[in-house]
Ligand binder design. Structure first.
Ligand code: UDP
Length: 377
């Protein structure tokens, strides 16, 4: 069959690869001049640093099959994300761990003591936390919440944490030991030559025709037997019901001679600092050595029509609109909506790949695929 994948990010590349390997003829189009979507990496000519152009991406997963898959297309180097945060004039370790707790409260608690101490801070009247704020108050109490999560979250999402779902905070563990690995997954690493090289390798198959700098037009869909669309769900429908809300990011790029901050990611927990975090890209590749440095100050704001969508907002208003778009999409024929933008979900890279593999397997076994293999709601 003739297949079109709209978008050369992880979803489009992985689905395209699976279908091409099964003998289908696949065309992948992307409006941008590069593959990789927002995972795109590029070596800075002046310093030699591999830059995560659309912000930091760290690969982490518990899914052995996905880990094997990415290792087929790129050499992965060990990488542990050890995030720091600046708050109230001090630098603390994230995710909240025993070091953070002891430093914050000027104590020398052992794990069991810290557990009991934090339990005393926690608001146990919240039986089943629904919001970000309830989740924080229930598990770490008001002091740590206000120092590390409240200001950051207001900056990141533009709303009060009481209006956000608990699931956002559930991304972060709380540890009662000195493990400061930001992620709790079994496999973690960085592709040695960057994500763009990895995704280019996934797309490198004789059954795949890649067309960059190509803005997709829905009229093109008629030329194909099936379309896998990883662009924004509302974009497919020309935004006819209105726009789904996203947060976008602005990066204030600067260079530095030497080591600017000594780590890859420094968060800023307070609302008074206008940016959420600073990333120093060379620390994402600790096996490399560069005299110069490239850093990004990261600012989050509401995504306008001309901006790049990053984080789906998924509050009550967006979910109502989303369900209207889902109803429309379910009537559409010959198209499957995939990935972060196509299904309007906050997806990590490993989940995106898992879903793309499953979507391709579904298509190969049934000879077709519904609007959503992974439901947005
Ligand atoms: N978060 C926070 N303070 C921090 C780091 C994260 O309040 O120092 C909150 C914030 O709301 C963020 C969420 O936890 O959106 C998830 O954080 P993660 O680091 O997973 O965000 P990402 O790297 O995907 O932007």
């Amino acid at each position: 069959m003739n297949i079109l994948c709209v978008g050369a990010g992880l979803s489009g590349a992985v689905i395209g690869r699976s279908l091409a390997e099964a003998g289908h003829s696949v065309t992948v189009v992307d409006a941008r001049s590069h593959v990789g979507g927002n995972c795109h990496t590029e070596r800075d000519a002046a310093t030699g640093v591999m830059v995560h152009v659309y912000g930091p991406h760290i690969f982490h997963t518990d899914d052995a099959e996905v880990w094997d898959y990415v290792n087929r297309f790129a050499a992965f180097r060990p990488y542990r994300n050890r995030v720091k945060t600046t708050s109230r004039g001090e630098v603390f370790s994230l995710p909240i761990n025993l070091h953070t707790i002891n430093q914050f409260y000027r104590k020398t608690l052992r794990p069991d003591e810290a557990r009991a101490f934090i339990d005393e801070q926690a608001d146990k009247s919240i039986a089943d936390p629904q919001t970000f704020e309830e989740q924080a108050l229930r598990f770490v109490g008001p002091d740590l919440y206000e120092a590390f999560f409240k200001g950051y979250t207001i900056k990141q999402w533009g709303v009060q944490p009481s209006e956000l779902p608990a699931s956002i905070l559930k991304r972060l563990p709380v540890r009662f030991n000195y493990d400061d690995n930001y992620f709790f997954h079994k496999f973690q690493g960085m592709p040695e030559d960057g994500y763009t090289a990895m995704i280019a390798a996934i797309l490198d198959h004789p059954g795949i025709t890649l067309s960059l700098g190509t803005v997709f037009d829905r009229a093109q869909a008629a030329e194909f037997d099936h379309v896998f669309y990883s662009g924004p769900l509302d974009g497919w429908f020309g935004f006819e019901l209105g726009r789904l809300g996203y947060r976008t990011l602005d990066f204030e790029r600067f260079t530095y001679e030497g080591d600017y901050q000594g780590c890859a990611v420094m968060n800023y927990g307070e609302e008074s600092v206008p940016y959420t975090r600073i990333t120093e890209h060379k620390h994402f590749a600790p096996w490399e050595s560069h005299a110069g440095s490239v850093c990004y100050r990261e600012f989050s704001r509401f995504c306008g029509p001309e901006d790049i969508p990053y984080y789906p907002i998924r509050q009550v208003r967006e979910k109502a609109l989303l369900s209207d778009y889902v109803a429309l999409a379910e009537q559409a024929q010959g198209v499957t909506f995939v990935g972060r933008l196509g299904t309007y979900r906050y997806l990590d890279m490993d989940v995106t790949i898992r879903e793309a593999l499953d979507t391709a397997a579904h298509f190969l076994s049934k000879g077709t695929a519904p609007a959503f293999v992974n439901a947005p709601l």
